[in-house]
Ligand binder design. Structure first.
Ligand SMILES: CCCCCCCCC/C=C/C(=O)SCCNC(=O)CCNC(=O)[C@H](O)C(C)(C)COP(=O)(O)OP(=O)(O)OC[C@H]1O[C@@H](n2cnc3c(N)ncnc32)[C@H](O)[C@@H]1OP(=O)(O)O
Length: 300
């Protein structure tokens, strides 16, 4: 099981409401909080727990694209740890508060021009995020309301169930090969578990980013819904999974995931060294710089 690397900071309490209201609500005195709501917020993530249903909603709020920086990953792990330790919380919906993007994956700036020590620290945080989410006792549902390449796709894949908004502009997949880098074995294992070996092999080698209907067809997402139905559908799915006895569901989840998790935990330090050696290569640094240039050019 994951070792706690982070101490939980004190949370900021605020009542329920739309994301727009949350910022205002956070400044209201705690006396106004409804009894069934517990919530906390930090710089990049908002979490609201409805204690009557036992379901928390986690919203990524790190514009422009919810990239997974070291700070983001640290906040993500702290939030997960808090929820995991909260007896009132049994289910988690992960979604984005940033329009059109669920998460753009690992922050490429964290992998460019930094020291080997920084790369090691960053990669440990990426591993930690995956370990915590993959081994979570909670029912986890990804409510994917925007594009979700690479590490963004990994977060969705690590959940128990994926629901994506139907939108012709949204894409999802493990596109690492397009950046001249390689999805590590545990990204690959998580992907294979969802879509099967043949589909994963082709998709990974070509670094494919799938449209929403295609992602649904290959089993990368479980359901596709219109934007306005997403939260309702996610809540219904969590409720369905929570209707089973926790111990039976949790033991089954743990049994299904044990081999992949054990493999990763047994090779964790080696995986960090592989990442550091790989990402420090001049040729890889050049590929990543060119990719960032390409992203900027696409914009102008
Ligand atoms: C042996 C094995 C060892 C292991 C070997 C190593 C393993 C590593 C595994 C890596 C996993 C990863 O997740 S690698 C990350 C892969 N991610 C990607 O390829 C996503 C790239 N981004 C996109 O495609 C798009 O941004 C997308 C998410 C669809 C949103 O499009 P939009 O048009 O809305 O937004 P854009 O204009 O493109 O982007 C807005 C700004 O955000 C920046 N931006 C976008 N994505 C970013 C990102 N991931 N990191 C940093 N910055 C990013 C852009 O440069 C822009 O910056 P400004 O111009 O300054 O505003």
């Amino acid at each position: 099981m994951p070792v706690s690397l982070y101490a939980s900071p004190p949370g900021v309490l605020f009542p329920r409401g739309s994301p727009q209201e949350w910022g205002q609500a956070a400044r209201q005195p705690p006396g106004l909080l409804p009894a069934q709501c517990r919530a906390f917020s930090n710089n990049k993530i908002l979490v609201e727990l409805d204690t009557s249903s036992g379901v928390a909603t986690m919203k990524f709020k790190s514009p422009p694209v919810n990239s997974l920086s070291l700070d983001f990953l640290t906040e993500f792990c702290i939030s997960l740890e808090k929820l995991e330790n909260d007896r009132a919380c049994r289910g988690l919906i992960i979604t984005s508060a940033v329009p059109r993007v669920f998460s753009s994956g690992l922050d490429i700036n964290e992998m460019c021009g930094k020291s080997r020590e920084h790369y090691a620290e960053f990669w440990r945080a990426v591993q930690e995020m995956w370990i915590r989410l993959y081994s979570s006792n909670m029912v986890t549902v990804a409510a994917i309301n925007g594009s979700s390449p690479a590490g963004g796709c990994l977060i969705a894949l690590t959940c128990d169930y994926r629901i994506m908004v139907e939108n012709p502009k949204y894409i999802i997949g493990l596109n690492e090969a397009q950046l001249g880098i390689v999805a590590p074995f545990w990204f690959k294992d998580t992907f294979v578990k969802a879509v099967g070996h043949r589909v994963a092999e082709r998709s990974l080698q070509l670094g494919l980013l799938h449209s929403v209907p295609e992602a649904h067809r290959i089993g990368l997402v479980d359901e596709v819904v219109p934007e306005e139905k997403l939260q309702e559908k996610a809540a219904a799915v969590v409720a369905q999974w929570l209707a089973l006895p926790d111990h039976a569901r949790q033991l089954t989840k743990s049994m299904m995931r044990k081999a992949v998790l054990d493999h990763m935990l047994a090779h964790r330090e080696e995986d960090i060294q592989n990442f550091v050696n790989f990402i420090s290569k001049d040729s890889i640094q050049k590929s990543l710089s060119m990719y960032m240039e390409m992203l900027k050019k696409k914009k102008s």
